[in-house]
Design a protein around this ligand. Structure first.
Ligand code: TTP
Ligand code: MG
Length: 351
């Protein structure tokens, strides 16, 4: 099944966060780096687009930046502020798809393969909510894989919303410098230059056999594939939530197995509602009982495959429950679902 991947990258991230703190500086060339003092050692972390027209870029000594643009405003880095902004942005992204991979403070991939028709609308909406939430501007790229999504997000920066398909590769990707490709660092670029390769198109025109004379077979193949816009790396989701559960301490110890059964089902209904509203499936059911003497026992059961149907989960809850000693007085009952996976066939949860 063809994939649809989105790459989100904030524009001039550190500088944009600084502008939220100092709106009076809007429109001026702004450089963030080191202690914010170009007479001291330190390099540029980032600069606003107004400062970039002077040739200022990340990694350049602050001193050089001041020479290129003496009227630029210099500010020190404030990581706490960037982390706080980053967390708010990531929360917005996660609300769009559980299949979100964060790659640093200002960048993330989303797998939205289950909503292929809506990709550009989702991108536009994401840009809108991020701006509403943080005042910051994002560039969004959409493509059939991570490689093309990332190239796309960069193509029309700042404030871009760009889609690249495999058919676009020859006219939109091949003219770009080979350094644009993931995995092509300065050393690889240098070795490619010795083969006369400067653009991605040059690389695409090179046979695999020729590349293998310079690189290991594996590296050669990955370069060759990348030049043709191919990339199979998955969006690697961090497991946002490992389990969903509920516990209840009874006002009076419960001695009735029928009542426990009833309460466990009610709790499962609640937990299952939370599972379904996130479009997740669960594989493992755990039932916890705490007896009057505070000894606590858990019983778990794993299904053969994850499910979001309530009946198999309810049956598993019941089996766990009956594996417990139900004749004793029970103080606390807990029901938990774990082994959670997102269901790629479902639409996204409501926002
Ligand atoms: P980038 O996304 O590379 O740059 P950016 O967000 O400032 O600008 P744009 O994406 O619009 O081109 O990096 C994100 C942040 O990471 C950047 O704001 C500052 C920090 N950073 C450094 O501290 N040093 C660096 O060399 C780079 C490239 C980035
Ligand atoms: Mg950025």
């Amino acid at each position: 099944m063809p994939r649809v991947i989105m790459h989100v990258d904030m524009d001039a991230f550190f500088a944009a966060v600084e502008l939220q703190k100092r709106p009076d500086l809007a429109g001026q060339p702004l450089v963030v780096g080191g202690r914010g003092d170009p007479s001291q050692r330190g390099v540029v972390s980032t600069a606003t687009y107004e400062a970039r027209v002077f040739g200022i870029h990340s990694g350049m000594p602050l001193r050089t930046a001041a020479r290129l643009c003496p009227e630029a405003v210099f500010l020190p880095v404030d990581f706490a502020a960037y982390r706080a902004a980053s967390e708010r942005i990531h929360a917005r992204l996660r609300a769009v798809s559980e299949r979100m991979q964060s790659v640093g403070l200002d960048e993330a991939y989303l797998d939205i393969s289950h909503r292929p028709e809506d990709a550009m609308a989702i991108g536009a909406e994401l840009k809108r909510v991020i701006h509403a939430e943080t005042g910051l501007v994002a560039s969004v790229g959409v493509g059939p894989n991570r490689l093309l999504a990332k190239i796309a997000s960069d193509l029309e920066k700042p404030d871009g919303l760009t889609r690249l398909t495999t058919e676009d590769v020859p006219h939109r990707v091949w003219p770009l410098p080979v350094r644009t490709l993931h995995g092509v660092g300065p050393r690889t670029a240098e070795r490619l230059a010795t083969l006369g390769i400067d653009t991605i198109g040059d690389l695409a025109a090179m046979t695999l056999a020729r590349l293998e004379t310079v690189f290991s077979p594996r590296h050669a193949r990955s370069l060759h594939r990348a030049a043709h816009g191919e990339d199979e790396r998955p969006v690697e989701t961090e497991r946002v939530r490992k389990s969903i559960g509920r516990e209840r301490t009874f006002q009076q110890d419960c001695r009735s197995s029928g009542r426990l059964d009833f309460e466990a089902r009610r709790m499962l209904d609640d937990v299952h509602g939370r599972l379904a509203s996130r479009y997740l499936k669960a594989r493992t059911v755990t039932v916890k009982l705490r007896y009057r003497d505070f000894t606590t026992h858990t019983r778990s059961l794993s299904l053969s495959q994850p499910t979001d149907a309530i009946e198999p989960l309810a049956e598993a809850v019941q089996q766990c429950l009956f594996a417990h000693q139900l004749h004793r007085a029970v103080r606390l009952l807990g029901v938990q679902l774990s082994g959670l996976t997102s269901d790629p066939d479902q639409p996204e949860p409501p926002q």
